[in-house]
Design a protein around this ligand. Structure first.
Ligand code: MYA
Length: 505
């Protein structure tokens, strides 16, 4: 399968074979390798590019896998260096190994580690820093608290000819401009086949939650023509991180026009949103990205469930395994015509208090989770046509809401479509709570509802308890990771994705 993914929902390439008899492969190293294989198992040019990408990652991005690989290659280099000596001895080899490991432990950068000129100056976890129990570092804010009044009142310097603006997302012309910028320049998969296409309705939803701040919707315009060429946003939220409640900004939609890339404008945008957030006395942020930066708190993986396998194959999103045929694949992904759970219905306004209670209780189970009041549940979870889909199961006797399931609509444009299809319609799993039935049963209904709403594919991260249904419901594993980050908040140990209960749109 060829899938687009990630960043705040970022895209990354994810390709899987759909075998006749195969459910999703288990998530281990061999499964990862398998997931990258294509129909006949012979790597094609695109695979080679992906492998190259993986190599770059391995070259010291600091994620777990890369670190292991780097340890191995670094150690090998150390051994080779020792061997170059005319008379290599066991002790010289050991010496080189020991030196290498000491350097790694002390966090010294090896030549294989990329530098992060900007991120190394920011209050974020750094690769190689000592977070062991004995170390002085503690969980919590990285920078000492400051006063909002200490924050500079004006924005950082942009290249000549450009100026800052706030994008008024209540204004239809501005909405259109933001939509155009993102539609043509936002996240793509590695092969530039698919690009996220957030609808204007979606953007209004994502950027105007309760208590949002218009000045956190930051734009850069060309002075002369007023064309919008770059964008980054924050919305206010409350997050619980390992028992501590933090008022912070959720950062999303970082985008620079393709013609202005690699000019170090991104750090300027990030500094400007930081300044505007700080002006409101907020000092922490959470964000997700497909890329590895200093330093993820967790690494999640996308899984994909085909709903319209024929279209997915037609548009090159999915490829069938050598031993598979379209008719067998269609059979394999067949779903019931309507949901099976008794009493499953659309969430309504009257459900808001009970859904808030159900969800809030459920979310306390996880190390990282949003804290939502009723106004926020109303905003984020009440159904909005073509944006967010939410359903509840109500116990007829007690009137309790026992189960809740939701997904949002994030289509991707098919960039160089050779078929009649111009758009891939993807549903993304959002927040789900099952108490009267196993989660797998509730999610099977979610798949049916998504298929009945004309979605082509259903995507889910391996967050929360999602692993309990992914393989069982024939999701296939993707190879794009979504990294979770906290700004100005240190945690000492990386978290497993199942400990994360935050879904950023
Ligand atoms: S993730 C979605 C990101 N958007 C896209 O992928 C859309 C398509 N790509 C683009 O528009 C550009 O390629 C972007 C980079 C804008 C991504 N997050 O200007 P440059 C660092 C953070 O020369 P460009 C989302 O929206 C890179 O490592 N940093 O690069 C969440 C390097 O720094 P360093 C990133 O390619 C955003 C520097 O930028 C990202 O022209 C969260 C190079 O700058 C990235 N996704 O533009 C933002 N990609 O040298 C952080 C590259 O150090 C928020 N870079 O490695 C932090 C919290 C702020 C608020 C705090 C409040 C308290």
């Amino acid at each position: 399968m060829r899938m687009n993914q990630t960043a705040s929902a970022a895209h990354r390439d994810a390709r899987m074979r759909v075998d006749a008899d195969a459910n999703a492969a288990p998530r281990d190293a061999s499964a990862d390798a398998d997931a990258r294989g294509v129909a006949d198992g012979a790597p094609d040019a695109r695979d080679a590019r992906n492998d190259a990408t993986r190599e770059r990652d391995v070259d010291g991005d600091g994620d777990g896998d890369g670190d292991r690989a780097r340890d191995a290659t670094g150690a090998a280099a150390a051994v080779n260096a020792a061997r170059d000596d005319d008379a290599p001895t066991v002790s010289s080899v050991l010496d080189a190994l020991v030196k290498h490991h000491l350097a790694e432990r002390e966090g010294k950068r090896t030549s294989r580690m990329p530098s992060h000129e900007f991120w190394e100056t920011q209050p974020v976890g750094q690769f190689g820093e000592d977070t062991s129990r004995g170390a002085a570092r503690r969980e919590g804010p990285i920078d000492a608290p400051k006063l909002a009044s200490e924050t500079s009142a004006s924005g950082g310097a942009l290249p000549p000819g450009y100026e800052w603006c706030s994008c008024d997302m209540t204004d239809s012309k501005t909405q259109e401009e933001v939509y155009e910028l993102l539609t043509n320049n936002y996240v793509e998969d590695d092969d530039a086949m698919f690009r996220f296409q957030y609808s204007q309705e979606f953007l209004k939803w994502a950027l105007r939650p309760p208590e949002y701040h218009g000045d956190w919707h930051v734009g850069v315009r060309l002075k002369v023509t007023q064309t919008l060429v770059a964008f980054i946003t924050g919305v206010p939220a409350k997050l619980r991180v390992k028992g501590k409640e933090i008022d912070l900004a959720e950062i999303n939609f970082l985008c620079i026009h393709k013609k202005l890339r690699s000019k170090r404008i991104a750090p300027t945008l990030i500094k400007e949103i930081t300044r505007r957030v700080n002006m409101r006395d907020v000092w922490q942020a959470v964000y997700t990205a497909g890329v590895v930066l200093p330093k993820p708190i967790s690494k999640a993986r996308y899984w994909h469930r085909s709903l319209d396998i024929k279209k997915l194959v037609d548009i090159g999103f999915t490829r069938l395994g050598r031993d598979n045929s379209m008719s067998r694949a269609v059979q394999m992904f067949k779903l019931a015509s309507k949901p099976k759970s008794e009493g499953l219905r659309h969430m309504t306004e009257a459900d808001v208090p009970r859904v808030t209670a159900l969800l809030s209780k459920y979310l306390t189970r996880f190390a990282v989770a949003p804290i939502m009041n009723e106004a926020e549940v109303r905003h984020w979870l009440l159904p909005r046509e073509e944006v967010v889909y939410s359903y509840v199961v109500e116990d007829e006797k007690t009137n309790k809401i026992t189960d809740f399931v939701s997904f949002y609509n994030l289509p991707s444009q098919i960039i160089h479509s050779k078929t009649k299809h111009k758009t891939l319609k993807a549903a993304y799993s959002y927040y789900n709570v099952a108490t009267s039935m196993p989660l797998v049963k509730l999610m099977e209904d979610a798949l049916i509802l998504a298929r009945n709403n004309a979605f082509d594919v259903f995507n889910a991260l391996d967050l929360m308890e999602n692993e309990s249904f992914l393989s069982a419901l024939k999701f296939g594993i993707g190879d794009g990771n979504l990294h979770y980050y906290l700004y100005n908040w240190r945690i000492l140990e990386d978290l497993e994705p199942r400990e994360i209960a935050l879904v950023l749109t």
